[in-house]
Design a protein around this ligand. Structure first.
Ligand code: GNR
Ligand code: NI
Length: 167
């Protein structure tokens, strides 16, 4: 297992659209293991392939307190949405301690493939629903800050600049 480097905004590679997974092999299983390790080590609840410069439609997620509810989804798609929530989000690829509220669906029905190549569906709400929408955005080259007003984005950009100057 290995820790992967997480790309940081404004790295242009965060804008690459991920391709569908067409082959589940040992290389892919190793990538997923490394993604879990990287996600837990960074105290993240989710991690998309895009963030570790792997441009395949993969994300890992674990929103449990005890880190015992791993979910890995290949080729994810949201097949239905319901309601609205407006909660604070952060991102491992956006530095400066930036977080802000983003409008998301309250509930989603996710369809994807597991590591055995089996298609499955998952109903999620609350934080898990937010995380799913956040990770699928990454796979499409979209960051949570893209959903914010220009004023808020400017504030976050300044924060990031400041924190980088301190490094
Ligand atoms: O760890 C994370 N926490 C989080 C909190 C609220 C909404 C979304 C997230 S995802 C984030 C990890 C991350 O950047 N995943 O792409
Ligand atoms: Ni993120």
């Amino acid at each position: 297992m290995a820790l992967l480097e997480i790309l940081k905004y404004p790295d242009p590679r965060l804008r690459i659209k991920a391709q569908p997974v067409t082959r589940i092999d040992d290389d892919l299983r190793r990538i997923v293991d490394d993604m879990y390790e990287t996600m837990y080590a960074s105290h993240g609840v989710g991690l998309a392939g895009t963030q570790v410069n792997i441009h395949q439609q993969i994300f890992t997620m674990d929103v449990s307190e005890n880190h015992d509810q791993r979910v890995c989804v290949l080729n994810p798609e949201i097949i239905s949405k319901e309601g609205i929530q407006y909660e604070a989000e952060g991102c491992l690829s956006v530095g400066g301690g930036a977080y802000d509220k983003v409008e998301r669906a309250l509930k989603v029905r996710l369809r994807g493939m597991d590591l055995d190549g089996k298609t499955f569906e998952l109903d999620a709400e609350g934080l898990m629903a937010v995380c799913i929408q956040h990770e699928i955005d990454h796979l499409n080259g979209v960051l949570f800050i893209d959903h914010l007003s220009r004023l808020k984005l400017e504030r976050i950009r300044k924060k990031i600049e400041k924190s980088e100057r301190r490094e």
